[in-house]
Design a protein around this ligand. Structure first.
Ligand code: FNR
Length: 211
């Protein structure tokens, strides 16, 4: 009985690998900062440069998302509708979060709150996510990342554990043109993107096998 069940799993894994090589993998990226010279936006720009060939990254600017109002979740503002649609259509998300007062920014929390409601049809449900952070402090936004992960538990969002991309002393590691100059962080971002593709394919494979 056991030997009869194993072959379909192997065939499926083989098939899923083929799909992952052929298909363009779509990531939606956003930074939790509206600042023009944002160091977190610099991380996203670095990700655009470092993405593997089969990965396309679309950047979404959170500017213009109004403050969350639970009275409006059934008929949300146009910018929120657009945001939710782009999340739905993406294979995975890439979030760059600032650290504000040991937590994430209000801008990012507000956007996540909008995207998560109403609960029915919430596009964040079951979504694979990679997190990065940049701060002018020594810990590179580590505390914000762990707060974000706490929200992800409730939302059933699947965040990658490794590598951790936390850019500390950001002002010294992003040049005047807004380019991330820290080579170690650039390497980590490349690894994070590769890990996000692998992680997403593992989840897809598992989902289809279980369903
Ligand atoms: C900060 N900053 C900050 N940095 C940090 O490492 N830990 C923190 O708790 C805070 N708290 C904080 C609160 C507020 C209100 C501001 C405005 C700033 C500094 C923060 O890392 C710095 O401003 C970054 O440049 C913010 O990210 P962006 O906008 O460059 O992406």
């Amino acid at each position: 009985m056991a030997s009869f069940k194993s072959p379909p799993l192997l065939i499926f894994r083989y098939r899923s690998t083929v799909i992952s090589l052929e298909k363009q993998f779509k990531i939606l990226a956003f930074a939790g900062s509206l600042r023009k010279g944002s160091f977190n936006k610099a991380l996203i720009r670095a990700a655009l440069e470092l993405a593997p060939a089969n990965v396309s990254i679309e950047v979404f600017d959170l500017e213009g998302i109004p403050l969350f109002n639970n009275d409006s979740v059934i008929d949300p503002p146009a910018k929120v509708v657009e945001f939710k649609e782009k999340i739905r259509n993406a294979d995975a998300l890439l979030i760059a979060t600032p650290e504000y007062n040991y937590s994430i920014s209000g801008v990012l929390k507000n956007a996540i709150d909008w995207a998560s409601r109403p609960k029915e049809g919430n596009p964040l449900e079951d979504k694979p996510v990679a997190i990065m952070s940049a701060s002018t402090g020594r810990l590179g936004g580590a505390r914000a990342q762990y707060h974000l992960r706490q929200s992800f538990v409730f939302l059933n969002i699947h965040a990658i554990n490794r590598p951790e991309v936390m850019l500390s002393n950001a002002a010294e590691n992003v040049d005047a043109a807004g380019k991330l100059t820290n080579e170690q962080t650039r390497t980590l971002i490349r690894q994070l993107l590769e890990a996000l593709v692998t992680w997403t394919n593992r989840l897809k494979c598992n989902r289809q096998f279980v369903d």
